[in-house]
Design a protein around this ligand. Structure first.
Ligand code: BTN
Length: 324
């Protein structure tokens, strides 16, 4: 019921109606005024800023930023078929994996306002700031995919999120191979793929997306201040997280369905055209130690092909490369 009320409030705010009257809600949902009042109190406790105007009704003041169920409008076919919102969790990737193992459907989105143990690639931590970022994970179950092909999901998702961010914010967003989203050379977001299943069949892929949206410089720990950024820092003004989130889900849905229907060719071409790493001198660490060369190509499986200074060509499937 609360979701329906919130959905009506968001629609009213978006349609330019200043107030949604209690009698309209009561009539549409068949509940009493007293019940509505109680739901409004709960919505306030969950973060909705609601103004009650005597004799007129209720106005939602922060609908553009609310990520609660009911507020988020899904215009998608697969992504967001099921949606879980949490004020706080250890890590949305861990939670999505727990649910995937218990049979959660493809398209489940788990979003948290804050994470206590956000995870990055290569065992790193992800810094989350309550209510200021977008931290969410999506369960994917592409049919007939062997486990070793799962890394292909990273460029599909990176290309989709890059497109959504660039379109929504107007910022010039590029991808640092394989999964960092950069603006002005600084990291604005990252993607973490974790997969489970048998060698011949992926059971689930969990794609975690972390974006610094409305973080101010002081929200970044000193160790990240030189290398990280946010939409707020780059644009000089906050963006409404719900609207950005909805656009990301829409592009994710479109790119994932395109990938399932047509394969990865077109999406990899788009990824390459926005990949900041290609053509640059890079250093990489492998079992031979630190090596230096030029990133020359992206392979069909999403790996990075590097022409080493000493002459060999090496294929980097996982791991870190640093642009020099
Ligand atoms: C990286 O840049 O190394 C990847 C960062 C991914 C962070 C996101 S935040 C939501 C999801 N939950 C996690 O624990 N990690 C991902």
């Amino acid at each position: 019921m609360q979701e329906q009320i919130l959905s009506m409030l968001v629609d009213a705010a978006e349609n330019g109606d200043i107030c949604l009257s209690g009698s309209k809600i009561a009539e549409q949902l068949g509940i009493s005024r007293a019940a509505i009042w109680k739901h409004m109190q709960t919505l306030r406790q969950r973060g909705a800023v609601l103004e009650a105007v005597p004799k007129k009704g209720y106005t939602l003041k922060n609908g553009g930023d609310l990520l609660l169920p009911g507020a988020v409008k899904f215009k998608t076919k697969v992504i967001g078929r099921s949606y879980t919102y949490m004020p706080y969790i250890d890590s949305t990737n861990l939670e999505a994996k727990r649910r995937a193992r218990q049979g959660a459907p493809e398209g489940l989105v788990v979003l948290a306002e804050d994470q206590g143990a956000g995870r990055g690639r290569m065992g790193r931590q992800w810094h989350s700031v309550a209510g200021k970022g977008l931290y969410f994970s999506v369960v994917l179950r592409p049919p007939d995919m062997p486990l070793h092909q799962a890394p292909l999901l990273t460029p599909v998702v990176a290309a989709a999120v890059r497109k959504a961010l660039a379109t929504h914010t107007g910022l010039e967003v590029v991808i640092k191979w394989p999964n960092d989203l950069l603006v002005s050379g600084r990291k604005l977001g990252g993607i973490l793929l974790e997969a489970g299943g048998e060698a011949d069949r992926l059971s689930y892929g969990v794609i975690g997306i972390g974006l610094n949206v409305n973080l101010a410089p002081c929200d970044l720990p000193p160790a990240l201040r030189e290398t990280a950024t946010s939409v707020l820092i780059e644009k000089g003004q906050p963006v409404r997280r719900r609207l950005l989130f909805q656009d990301i889900l829409t592009y994710l849905d479109e790119y994932y369905l395109h990938y399932l229907a047509e394969g990865s060719g077109g999406i990899l071409a788009e990824y390459k055209s926005h990949c900041h790493t290609l053509g640059r001198r890079v250093s990489l660490q492998d079992d031979r130690g630190i090596q230096v060369g030029r990133a020359v190509e992206l392979a069909g499986d999403g790996s990075l092909i590097v022409q080493l200074d000493e002459g060999d060509i090496t294929v980097v499937r996982a791991g870190d490369v640093h642009c020099l």
